[in-house]
Design a protein around this ligand. Structure first.
Ligand code: IMP
Length: 421
């Protein structure tokens, strides 16, 4: 299984990290290609249990034999990454193998300040990690990159120029007046000096690995409907979590991918704002939130919950070319008598089966549901798809038929072994 992409099919938090963790066991490389510390998941594994809280690092760090790559499409907060690495080293008892692209952009303290001043936390529900402003600087060609840390004097000068420009733009921000380029640069430069040999161009290494038949996993952060270009703009993140992001964010072309796994929950959740046709604001939504423990890993926010949306899932399959689906949290649906699933939208007096390109239209869409029977049996011990209760099998079959992509596995509990294949 040489090159495998793991892509979120909904609005994030589908459980991509669990899929990556399970597959990384037999992999040589795990590569992150987009986003930064806006992602987050907790991995608990082994005996005695080891807990890793991951924001930047790919799931591969849980295995000694895997090289984890932070690709050039990422935006990296060095202080946060340093803490994450220290915590990972302490938990694992060794330094995992990791490499960071010199072309990845840096998140600097002023990016978080700009996010706060811009108010997108309130208007869009952004995560306050400085992600958007860092990508903004990248597109405006005024970003500072990891590789710039290897030329300390030039780095200090460029940082001083950027601070000066920002002071002119926001003369009222006291933080900007107080910050000094040399002080901000010092810990970053010290860190880069320590880890110099890990700051590389990973692309030739990945090309070589693929040529040699090694297994490379591309672990997406966020998801299709949060994609800057294909998601529900402007309620999106500022990177490309879809499969195209692997080309730009890791330098590996699409035809080298052997599998594109779409990861979707058996229902739908979203954090942050923006239209969500199958959202449940009643007791059933609360029941899903409690049963699925739907609270954000990075921000702790309660997630909005709703039924599965096959219009959106078909769209995600088209955008990404999914070769298989992994359905997570199937066990959370246990105990519901019936399970509505959206197969189309009613919009402006018409029934549509395609995902609208504008959020104003999406906001007007009412889901057209087909209701499937629920099941009562606990799924936690099930390890084969064919051993699921007939209603759960029917649920998965319904998804396969409506999306046109086979279901490879279903996750039936929080543990890494709780998977039916
Ligand atoms: P940003 O990525 O912080 O700019 O936030 C943009 C939008 O993406 C907001 O609605 C966030 O809640 C959402 N978002 C960012 N990262 C994640 C994630 O890992 N899971 C779910 N939603 C996310």
């Amino acid at each position: 299984m040489p090159a495998i992409a793991i892509i979120g099919a909904q609005w994030g938090d589908e459980g991509k990290g669990k899929v990556a963790h399970v597959l990384a066991k037999d992999a040589d490389w795990v590569v992150r290609f987009n986003g930064g510390a806006n992602a987050g998941h907790t991995v608990v594994f082994g005996e005695p249990p080891v807990t890793l809280k991951l924001h930047h690092l790919p799931s591969g760090v849980a295995y000694r034999h895997v090289t984890s790559v932070l690709g050039q499409g990422m935006v990296v907060d060095i202080a946060a990454l340093a803490e994450e690495l220290t915590a990972a080293e302490q938990a694992l008892g060794y330094t995992p193998r990791w490499l960071l692209s010199r072309q990845a952009h840096l998140i600097l303290p002023y990016h978080r300040l700009i996010e706060r001043l811009g108010g997108t936390q309130k208007t869009l529900g952004t995560t306050a990690r400085g992600i958007g402003p860092a990508y903004q600087d990248k597109a405006a060609r005024q970003g500072l990159r990891v590789g710039d840390l290897l030329r300390p004097q030039a780095f200090r000068e460029r940082l001083a120029q950027r601070l000066e420009a920002l002071r002119r733009l926001c003369p009222q921000a006291p933080e900007l007046a107080a910050w000094n380029a040399d002080d901000l640069a010092a810990p970053l430069l010290a860190w880069a000096d320590r880890w110099q040999e890990r700051l590389v161009d990973p692309r030739p290494l990945l090309w070589q690995a693929l040529d040699a038949g090694e297994t490379v996993i591309f672990e997406g952060a966020q998801a299709t409907l949060l994609d800057l270009d294909h998601g529900t703009y402007p309620y999106v993140t500022s990177s490309n979590p879809t499969v195209g992001g692997i080309g730009t964010g890791a330098g590996v072309p699409p035809q080298r991918l052997d599998e594109v796994i779409g990861v979707t929950k058996a229902y739908t959740t979203r954090v942050g704002r923006g239209p969500f046709p199958t959202e449940l604001t009643d007791d059933q939504g609360e029941a899903l939130r409690q049963a699925g423990a739907e609270f954000g890993t990075t921000t702790g926010r309660p997630r909005r919950c709703g039924w599965l949306d096959l219009v959106a899932l078909r769209y995600a399959a088209q955008i990404n070319g999914f070769t298989s689906l992994v359905i997570t949290k199937l066990d959370v649906l246990t105990g519901f008598d019936s399970l509505p699933v959206a197969v189309a939208y009613r919009c402006g007096g018409r029934v549509v089966e395609t995902f609208p390109s504008e959020i104003e239209t999406l906001a007007e869409c009412e889901p057209v549901y087909e209701t499937l029977p629920g099941w009562q049996r606990d799924l936690r011990e099930v390890r084969r798809l064919r051993d699921l209760p007939p209603e759960a099998r029917g649920y998965l079959q319904f998804i396969e038929e409506h999306v046109g992509v086979p279901v490879a596995w279903a996750s039936v509990g929080p543990g890494f072994d709780d998977v039916a294949r």
